[in-house]
Design a protein around this ligand. Structure first.
Ligand SMILES: Cc1ncc(COP(=O)(O)O)c(C=O)c1O
Length: 470
């Protein structure tokens, strides 16, 4: 650790306004150098890669030539007038890397929020194209997050939505079904399948009560992340949603912005839903982002299934509206080469194995000791810890203790970057911490992460006990 006297005043309108956020100086693989409050911290292990963004790890030496080539070969054009081959190639790559027949087209944009905005508009136009304009209601979930733009917030339900709900899409159109959250809501004695069925019965009732002729789509995060924290769906849940969507002629949309594109895929490929759904039960439309560009380019996308594409082709054969930087050739070219490298090096298989190893080690160590961790859950490269005051009752800590962020600070002081969050239990209460390391992690990195997490949990538990708060 070294110190310097750089000014701390900030000109960036983000996070804390009048004070510089911790600054990243550089990164190499799964480690980074960060300047915080004038001190430089070397070799911080990046346990969460920003917001589950990094797949390759930082400073990958193959990426620089990829970027140079993409910059020299791509000229900007406005995508709805003049296209580019890189966006075509990336779309074909994603389609070919997904189960056969799942997707047949893709739209590329610059953030997960935008991808969900675009998906909502595509679904709206789909219903118009096929002569069902009265289908306008969207069903998503309690305790969900789909992005920070107003449309994406309207289908979310969390503290970020609460802060802006008065200016969001009226909630009569954006209905919310219960969260799928086994740790808190699966009843004692209820099997996974029974819990799924209870949720599905509620969804079906919601569709019927709201007139199926007016219901357009159901949207869920395959594996929720920055909402309630990586709770894998129980057996039968996603297939059940698929069946209800088929029954009532409703679009099934999955948001895989955070959990997808290799982060939690069991087959060395891309989609998280392949853990839970047969290829024949693929979603009709899906959003992706984050690891697609692995932090090197700002790219996200909407994958469009054959049913939706066909309705457009048989209708107006055009997508209404466009954004200046959709299908950005440079971004697409870089993302494609990054994805090819991930596939070539078997990195998705690596993170699935290493991530599960990390999760199992944490479950074993943390849940067998007396500490503030109530649950350790996740799959592949995406895990979270949930903190509780009382394991038996699952009572959460008072909000003002800000346990999630306090845990994040302790981990940082111990040399590990994690993301602490609050509001997982009901949009306001509850503390979690997310882990989403780069796909390149080794067994040694896993051991280092696990060691620091265990140490930090012990430290925070002890502090809270000393303060009389636990
Ligand atoms: C499931 C999900 N959807 C959408 C988004 C929004 O993505 P972005 O922050 O790139 O706009 C996020 C961000 O965390 C997310 O977790």
């Amino acid at each position: 650790m070294t110190t310097d006297s750089a000014p701390t005043e900030s000109y960036v309108f983000q996070g804390t306004i009048n004070k510089k956020m911790p600054q990243v100086l550089r990164g190499k693989g799964v480690r980074m150098t960060i300047k915080k409050d004038g001190k430089v911290y070397e070799d911080v292990i990046d346990g969460v890669t920003g917001a589950a963004v990094g797949a390759l790890g930082w400073g990958d030496e193959e990426v620089l030539p990829i970027i140079n080539k993409a910059a020299s070969e791509n000229t900007y054009s406005f995508p709805s007038l003049i296209g580019n081959q890189a966006s075509e190639d990336l779309a074909k790559f994603y389609i070919d890397s997904s189960p056969k027949g799942a997707f047949s087209a893709a739209l590329w944009c610059c953030s997960g929020s935008e991808s969900n905005e675009n998906a909502l508009k595509i679904i709206r136009q789909y219903q118009q194209e096929r002569g069902r304009p009265e289908k306008i209601k969207i069903i998503s979930r309690d305790t969900s997050y789909h992005g920070f733009t107003l449309g994406a917030l309207s289908i979310s339900n969390c503290s970020r939505f609460n802060a802006f709900k008065e200016i969001c899409i009226p909630q009569e159109l954006c209905l919310k079904m219960p969260a799928c959250y086994p740790y808190r809501y699966q009843k004692k004695g209820e099997t996974e399948e029974e819990y799924s069925q209870r949720l599905l019965d509620t969804l079906e009732k919601m569709i019927v009560d709201n007139d199926p002729n007016t219901v357009s789509c159901v949207i869920v995060e395959t594996l929720p992340g920055s909402s309630l924290g990586t709770a894998p769906p129980p057996k039968g849940y996603l297939p059940g949603i698929r069946a209800l969507c088929n029954k009532y002629d409703v679009i099934m949309m999955l948001d895989e912005v955070m959990c997808g594109t290799g982060r939690s895929n069991p087959n060395g490929k891309l989609n998280c839903w392949e853990n839970f759904l047969d290829p024949k039960d693929a979603p009709d439309i899906q959003t992706v982002g984050k690891t697609l560009g692995s932090g090197y380019v700002t790219i996200a996308g909407v994958l469009v299934g054959p049913k939706i594409r066909q309705a457009f082709v048989e209708g107006t054969n055009s997508v209404f509206g466009a954004q200046t930087y959709s299908s950005h050739g440079f971004n697409c070219a870089v993302a494609l080469e990054i994805q090819k490298k991930i596939a070539r090096d078997g990195l998705t298989a690596n993170i699935f194995k290493m991530g599960n190893l990390m999760g199992e080690k944490l479950q074993k160590a943390l849940l067998s000791e007396d500490n503030i961790v109530g649950d350790v859950r996740g799959i592949g490269g995406f895990w979270s810890l949930e903190f509780v005051k009382d394991r038996a009752t699952k009572e959460w800590f008072p909000v003002e203790l800000d346990v999630g962020h306090r845990f994040q600070d302790i981990c940082f002081q111990n040399g590990l970057n994690v993301m602490g969050m609050q509001g997982n239990a009901d949009g306001h209460n509850g503390d979690i911490s997310l882990l989403a390391p780069a796909f390149v992690i080794t067994e040694k990195d896993v051991e280092d992460i696990v060691e620091i997490v265990i140490k930090s949990v012990g430290q925070l538990s002890k502090e809270l006990k000393t303060e009389g708060k636990w």
